[in-house]
Design a protein around this ligand. Sequence first.
Ligand code: 1HE
Length: 269
Amino acid sequence: MPGTAGHDAGEFCLSKLPNLPSSLAAEQQGPISILRLNRAQKRNALDDEMVAGIDAFFSDLPEGTGAVVLYGEGEHFSAGLDLSELKERDIREGIAHSGRWHRAFEKIQYGRVPVVAVLHGAVVGGGLELAAAAHVRVAERSAYYALPEGSRGIYVGGGGSVRLPRLIGVARMMDTYSAEEGLAMGLTTYLVEPGKGLAKGVELAQRIAANTELTNFAIMHALPRIAEMAPGSGFAMESLISSIAQADPEAKGRLKEFLEKRAPKVTRS
Ligand code: 1HE
């Protein structure tokens, strides 16, 4: 998804960041919004307030945002569901709770702009479900992945049954994996040394934000849906989306730049 470097991400008029609970912190770097899980003392365990905050943040991204970077403060990306909130919940409350996670994470996956998740330390349970909703995942070597729900006598509830089989397959949802294994199985696409994840995430987000809006829309909204379609429908949808994208004046301008030898070439890195 990251585009070819060299295009200006444009002029941005930034609106205010939404009000968030103290367990989340947002900052703006040009066209990049950075959302930080800010509850390191509880290993970024996701409580109801944080999930509502994630929903609010992705519902109302600052104007001019072209991509988001999501990362976790402290030693771990996220310890998953806040288990202290689970003990008194009945069935109806459980369904409503899971629905709130689904809605919040849908706003990440099918929101307005691509999201890069930067992973380190524990990326477990609901933390892995959160990471799975992002479009690009960068891991530091300290990252590890697990779904400890089974050992707690519960089950994934943040969309893990839907997204993770598509990313890593059902069989790999039963064990714990290292950062290197996560890269090999395609869960992450970049692996960096400890402490280097955020810089890599921001670099990728800047390249993504320099894509045309229509290209990013097609990648986020058409590509995963085409992948789920019967091939005949998928080919037809692909023809439509590609012709819409190339008819965009911005795309025409970029093609002209290349043909006039004013655009960057595709290089190895
Ligand atoms: C928590 C949580 C949590 C830590 N809910 N409070 N997730 C899990 O089963 C993972 C549970 N957590 C752990 O295995 C470990 O905490 C970690 C490996 C992530 C980190 O270990 P460590 O040694 O760095 O920290 P710690 O000492 O275990 O935890 C520090 C504090 O965070 C401590 O609280 P304190 O008040 O005693 O200081 C912990 O209780 C607290 N803490 N993790 C609540 N998860 C939509 S469905 C999704 C279903 C799931 O996600 S199930 C998986 C849940």
